[in-house]
Design a protein around this ligand. Structure first.
Ligand code: NAP
Length: 252
């Protein structure tokens, strides 16, 4: 049975996990607003979706900017239709040990992950409530369980799990489910940045991580897109307030 086509906004979708999620949801039959800081950077993803027979538009917005978020959500509603799927994926890292972490590094990480997910979810829920159906999936991380050098990022990713549970309680009666995916080590630019910070060759870092992961490999962006796809399905309507760790094992 094919699910009805929905309109999905994927944030941070110009590359990495967000781009893979955008492609996967398009393959699942949904129409996609590919949103990132720079609309031009989203164009190749939107064009590839259209070339594959799907429907997609590129939107530029900083998810931490209230006015930009409202304009982007309005533009999506106008150009594609009412957004009823939201993937809060945009993310940054500003890693440092606590004694070296600047207030700006703390604030910018909170701004993108927490404020950004709050602003996007608040702007989109109006459409979901109106339609009596919605799906919100936010990107947490195994770092939510604690990770050296990531006090800001770990706090934000743990915060997203509480945010997810609370929205699930508030929005369930409107047919809206709210879940989180917590990836482990996924090969993306973000992990390349981690390798650079640790002063290690990227391949060496991946091999080191893989040695500690029960399934014997680091994750791919498609591993994460598959988990998001599940939460968005019609048949996942009784699954809400959950965080699914997609990490090749119970921890990593
Ligand atoms: P990525 O390759 O760095 O992509 C993140 C995207 O988010 C970039 O396109 C970035 O734009 C965009 N972005 C950053 N700040 C934004 C803002 N304020 N507004 C809108 N877009 C913004 O990261 P990724 O590895 O795909 O990670 C995606 C998500 O998964 C993040 O939430 C991350 O924390 C989470 N995650 C990743 C891993 C991993 O191993 N990769 C593990 C656990 C969780 P620019 O390119 O312009 O900066």
């Amino acid at each position: 049975m094919t699910d009805p086509a929905r309109i999905a906004i994927v944030t941070g979708a110009a590359r990495g996990i967000g781009a893979a999620v955008a492609h996967r949801l398009a393959q699942d039959g949904h129409r996609i607003a590919v949103l990132d800081l720079d609309a031009a950077a989203c164009e190749p993803v939107a064009e590839a979706i259209v070339a594959a027979g799907g429907e997609a538009i590129a939107l530029g917005a900083d998810v931490a900017d209230e006015t930009a978020v409202q304009s982007a959500v309005d533009a999506c509603a106008e150009r594609l239709g009412p957004p009823t799927v939201l993937i809060n994926n945009a993310g940054i890292t500003r890693d440092n040990l606590l004694f070296k972490m600047t207030t700006a590094d703390w604030d910018s990480v909170m701004g993108v992950h927490l404020r950004g997910s709050f602003l996007m979810s608040r702007a989109v829920q109006r459409w979901m409530v109106q339609e009596g159906w919605g799906r919100i999936v936010s990107m947490s991380s195994t770092s939510a369980l604690g990770n050296r050098g990531q006090a800001n990022y770990a706090a934000a990713k743990a915060g997203l799990q509480g945010f997810t549970k609370t929205l699930a309680i508030e929005l369930g009666r409107f047919g809206i489910t709210v879940n989180a995916v917590a990836p482990g080590f996924i090969a993306t630019d973000m992990l390349e940045a981690t390798a650079a910070r640790l002063g290690k060759p990227y391949d060496e870092l991946l091999a080191e991580f893989a040695a500690d992961i029960p399934v014997g490999r680091t994750g791919t962006v498609d591993d994460i897109a598959a988990a998001v796809s599940f939460f968005v399905r019609e048949e996942a309507s009784f699954t809400t307030g959950q965080t699914l760790y997609v990490a090749g094992g119970p921890r990593c």
